[in-house]
Design a protein. Structure first.
Ligand code: ADP
Ligand code: MG
Ligand code: ZN
Length: 644
């Protein structure tokens, strides 16, 4: 910037020389130099302008005409605004002279004609004075801005310690809702949790009731459960029922790049909350700050620990009857620092689990309130079909169905939209069907393989539908069962698990039977992974192999970075490892043989079903079973379901 400023100064014309020489005299450096340079320019330029012209012998108008005729003039610049001509003479090395012009333009005609006749360069020039004035103005402004900026920087660094606090404060990201508008009625399917939290509402509404008998009101409640089960909703409902403000912040927002910011946010949050008591403070994802201290890869996280310490301090810093109740949510209670769970802090834990059938029905009723349902829709049927759905999944699914209904210009949601919405939520967005190709055919055989086993094997849920309409996420097609009540509890028998493994292997089995060993594709990767998981768990956790009921591995093999990173969940010798591998392999190979045998023996039905699938792209369960019944004799059915 310094250089370019200098350059622009030099190029400014007559007064440039003077300014330049004075400017280089100043000894300051850096940004200050620039300011100085310009300031001096400002001061010097005004007198300099007038001096340059005065120093020379004035040239008259007639004198100029003479010089033109004599050929001594190199160039003339007409400045009509100021009524002067800048004359550059050849002998004087282009140092210009000013000649006054006539006020009336017509009277200057002779000069122009003479110049033309003698081949003198004629130029119209913008007002030298005017340009100097604007130049002064812009540069003075720039200078002041720069000085202002410098002063601000100086002042800032002057009291940096005070600055850090308001820095954090200005970016505080907690939210306050005076009224959440959510009531317990809006929360369904988690009745036990609701009951437990009913008490919290009473703490907030009538604290006297408890303090009168000397009871200390708990400060913190920890909601524990998988995502989407309604933890946030529940916390809001408590605030709504008690009619108190709701402060919320996410644990991840506490953890910032700058050390100290998180802690200052905690302070701000509690300060605001105390001003607004009684109220609820909701800390979402508390595991983000509340992890066990002093663990994790690469040592502790100072910032996080400071934040957590601040949180603990704040929680200790007010009396139980201050009217503030802190509700925190997490799905990882196991990684939380034990100090957080001590009495006087989050000593109450409330489980918020995935809803059961009754729960799902309740949630569906809540979210169907504001939707138009066709009379043939049964919420019971939907609840039965959606084991494993969280409250958020159900709400999302009903909303998708409503969107589809609007898109199809229907009056009310029908079972068709519900169906499509369930697929959309569970499997993915529908994509355009594939063109007829070898790939499409292979996918059809693969999916028919799954669907056929689902239909033939005895210990399975019946086929709902099989389709080769691709879905987002690289899904070429799928065969899916009607979920049964059994899957609700996750209580699976050995025979059900074995049949399940065979169904998973059915896709690859069909590929191999039909296209041969060399043509199988990696489209079965997911299936094979699932099979490996199932078979291994049968052996090492469920005690369902010849090794007997030995717990050889623990559930939840995930690695928690917060705690026991190298968590050993393996509890057997090397010899046992070999035996386990052998058992797993036996299960998988036997199931695969069985799957291939069923495909082979029903090849005619398989071919017919593939043609049908290629034609229709989707086969519903009933139609599928009908076709299978036509092609399979009762004798063959007898062989099905042999024990291994
Ligand atoms: P979490 O905080 O447990 O992850 P949320 O409370 O954010 O879950 O739930 C997201 C949305 O899902 C809610 O706004 C609500 O619409 C719906 N939802 C979840 N659980 C329930 C429930 N038990 N009853 C009614 N709606 C629910
Ligand atoms: Mg939430
Ligand atoms: Zn498959």
């Amino acid at each position: 910037m310094n250089d370019s400023q200098k350059k622009s100064l030099i190029e400014q014309g007559q007064a440039g020389k003077v300014r330049h020489s004075r400017a280089t005299g100043s000894a300051a450096t850096g940004a200050l130099t620039a300011v100085w340079l310009m300031l001096q320019g400002v001061l010097v330029s005004a007198p300099a302008l007038t001096q340059t012209t005065k120093a020379q012998e004035p040239l008259s108008y007639s004198g100029l005409l003479e010089k033109i005729e004599e050929g001594q003039v190199n160039k003339i610049e007409l400045d009509t605004a100021r009524g002067v001509a800048q004359v550059y003479l050849k002998e004087r090395n282009s140092t210009p002279q000013e000649v006054a012009l006539f006020a009336d333009d017509r009277n200057n005609q002779p000069l122009i004609e003479a110049a033309r006749a003698n081949n003198v360069d004629l130029d119209a020039q913008p007002t030298a004075d005017g340009s100097a004035a604007t130049w002064l103005l812009t540069h003075a402004l720039l200078a002041f801005l720069l000085i202002g900026g410098l002063l601000m920087v100086l002042r800032r660094s002057g009291n940096a310690s005070g600055q850090a606090m308001s820095f954090g404060k200005s970016r505080a990201r907690f939210m306050m809702e005076a009224k959440t508008g959510v009531m317990f009625d809006d929360v369904a399917g988690i009745e036990e949790a609701k009951e437990e939290l009913q008490e919290v509402v009473t703490f907030l509404k009538k604290p006297e009731k408890f303090t009168a008998v000397g009871a200390k009101i708990p400060k913190g409640v920890l909601l524990v459960g998988p995502p989407g089960t309604g933890k946030t909703l529940l916390a809001k409902a408590i605030a709504g029922e008690a009619g108190v403000p709701f402060f919320s912040i996410s644990g991840s927002e506490f953890v910032e790049m700058f050390v100290g910011v998180g802690a200052s946010r905690v302070r701000d949050l509690f300060k605001k909350a105390k001003e607004n008591a009684p109220c609820i403070i909701f800390i979402d994802e508390i595991d983000a700050v509340g992890r066990q201290r002093g663990t994790g890869i690469g040592g502790g996280n100072d910032e996080r620990e400071q934040t957590l310490n601040q949180l603990l301090t704040e929680m200790d810093g007010f009396e139980g009857n201050a009217g503030i109740i802190i509700i925190a949510a997490t799905n990882r209670p196991d990684v939380l620092d034990s100090a957080l769970l001590r009495p006087g802090r989050f000593d109450r834990q409330v489980m918020v689990d995935l809803p059961s059938y009754q729960g799902r029905l309740g949630i569906l009723k809540v979210h169907a309130r504001n939707k138009k349902l066709a009379p043939e829709i049964s919420l019971e049927a939907i609840a039965r079909r959606t084991p494993g759905f969280s409250g958020a999944d159900l709400a999302n699914m009903l909303n998708e169905a409503a969107i589809l209904t609007a898109r199809r210009r229907k009056e009310a949601l029908t079972p068709l939209e519900i169906d499509d919405a369930i697929d959309r939520v569970t499997i993915g967005l529908k994509l355009n069907p594939l063109m007829d190709s070898k790939k499409k055919r292979l996918i059809a055989y693969h999916e028919i393989g799954h669907a056929l086993l689902m239909t033939l094997l005895p210990n399975t849920d019946p086929l709902d539908k099989v389709t080769i309409i691709p879905r987002s996420g690289g899904i070429g097609g799928f065969a899916k069962p009607v979920p049964s009540e059994d899957s609700d509890f996750g209580l699976e028998s050995r025979s059900r698990i074995l049949d399940n493994i065979k169904i998973y292997l059915g896709g690859r089995a069909s590929e191999e039977e039909v296209f041969g060993h060399d043509e199988v594709t990696q489209g079965a990767t997911g299936d094979i992974q699932a099979v490996a998981d199932y078979a291994r768990r049968m052996v090492t956790r469920y005690g369902m192999s010849e090794l007997g009921p030995l717990a050889l591995e623990r559930s939840g093999g995930e690695i928690f970075l917060g705690r026991d990173l190298m968590g050993q969940s393996v509890e057997y010798s090397n010899e046992m490892a070999v035996k386990i591998d052998h058992q797993v392999r036996t299960i998988v190979f036997t199931c695969y043989e069985e799957a291939r045998r069923l495909i082979r023996e029903n090849r005619i039905a398989v071919d017919r079903l593939v043609e049908l699938l290629l034609e229709q792209e989707t086969i519903e369960g009933d139609q599928f079973r009908q076709v299978v019944a036509e092609y399979t004799s009762s004798a063959e059915q007898q062989l099905v379901g042999q024990k291994i």
